[in-house]
Design a protein around this ligand. Sequence first.
Ligand SMILES: Nc1ncnc2c1ncn2[C@@H]1O[C@H](COP(=O)(O)OP(=O)(O)OP(=O)(O)O)[C@@H](O)[C@H]1O
Ligand SMILES: [Mg+2]
Length: 544
Amino acid sequence: MSEEYNIGIDLGTTYSCLAYIDDSGNPVVEKNYEQEDTTPSVILFNDVGERIVGSPAKDMFLMYNNDRFILDIKRKMGSDYSVNIDGTVHTPTTLSSIILTKLLRDFEYAHGLDNNSIKKAVITVPAYFGQEEREATVNAGKIAGLDEVNILNEPTAAAICFGFGNNAEGDSKKVLVYDLGGGTFDVTILQIDGKTFTAIATDGERLLGGKDWDDALKRILIPKIAEMSGLTEEEIEADRDIMDKLIFDSEDLKKRLSTSESTRGAMSIGGRRVVYTVTREEFEEATKPLLEETINKVSEVLDSKNLTVADIDAFLLVGGSSKMPQVKNAIVEKFPGATVKIYDPEQSIAKGAAVYSRSINVLHDAGTKLEQLPDNEAPADAAEKSQMLDEIAKETKDAIVVHNVLSKSFGVKVQDESGNEYVSNIIFRNETLPIVNSKTYRPRVDGQISIDVEIYEDNARKVNDEMRTDLSEANLIGSFSMKLPEDVTTSTPIKIRFTVNDEGLITAYVECLNEHTDYQLKTKITMSDEEIAKYRSIVEASNS
Ligand SMILES: Nc1ncnc2c1ncn2[C@@H]1O[C@H](COP(=O)(O)OP(=O)(O)OP(=O)(O)O)[C@@H](O)[C@H]1O
Ligand SMILES: [Mg+2]
């Protein structure tokens, strides 16, 4: 019998990390082949057809053309970006699968397992990832050889790791997770009751993270290097070697400024050695607006649920960028009296995912049993099923209960009397899953034969039930048509109901008189098993 491992993977913008549950039942991070706790999310396609992932790729950044490198691919997840390298087209999904492959194969190697023996894992994503980004992440896991991929929100993972060993049976706490990583910023408030984790509200900035602090530092360095080298700033910016070197130098300097007030960098320009100094004060000054943006988000999220600092038992700062001392200082200053903990910034998410993975594995049978119950005992709807599973989980050792909030609002395209089109939102971001809600619409004309239901995802906040969103600010994620009964008039009600289960799977149900249609939302990037197998063979073919 092959041993079952409970694996959690934090697939990060700049660094990725794999954790598992060890023999004593604790989540631990597995070191990669290079003996590092985290693996840079960097891929190099070298000139002899090899694919190199992690530090060995990062170390060669100056030795290859930078179009052979892939950095920050998570920022493009779910988009239709693609890149052709040596005749093979890669997408964010296949590139992410290359990073996942490295983590999984290194784990198997360390544990003396055959390649591809790990078949299940939990992969974390930012809380505000939409349907497409989530599905792209699942596909990346499958292409990397996993049969079963479960997605967990990063802040929830951090809270689970915190709750593990910190929250006794019957304990009740509210935590705010501030996650400033390499590429993304997330803030989430969670309620922890014993082993139940319920997200209450979440928000974030998709394109805000350590990278932006690196860029700001780079902008401080350029004039300094210009002055020391006698070149102009323009000349420096046009010099590929200098600019490439600065990408990772600025990150190194930034990290050093977390522990010293001033640091130095050096490079050789035109045969001359140029040494430059930068102080923490200069760096903090230049990056103040970025930090403020994160602090404002924290206030907004608290306000959105009418909470104050006094309601929060702990502010958990996670993500590698939380190691910058100004982050904690700014939070303490803005929220006097808050309990602020820098909480295992680079590992807590992967560890929490491993704890969740174990829970899924121990609860696996419970879900199947519920599905096999006779009709009269079976749960009537998603909400009841969720409740029954919670009850089972509470009595099962090592099981935890997780309730997410919806990360986006969802609605349908409608027209007002003047013919203006907009999205009428039916379910809203920050509502706790599972959710059922419906709205009633009318045909546009008497005798209308059919309707096209177009489902959109957007960022609307629920202020009142009538929230509408401009089409330009929404993303079409699915559509279907339904035949209408004969003789409808402009006053015949058409009811559209959205149901979201615990996993965030959305079903639309449309009812008009005696006609009805069920529609399971599939995003446009849904991949078939054949496609997964095809990409898998491409990814494997370039495996070094
Ligand atoms: N000592 C430090 N001081 C400042 N920044 C640091 C330090 N250590 C790591 N970082 C930064 O933390 C970031 C990486 O953090 P983390 O691994 O949490 O992010 P990620 O998971 O790659 O990104 P994301 O969660 O946004 O997808 C990088 O920008 C890195 O430079
Ligand atoms: Mg992260």
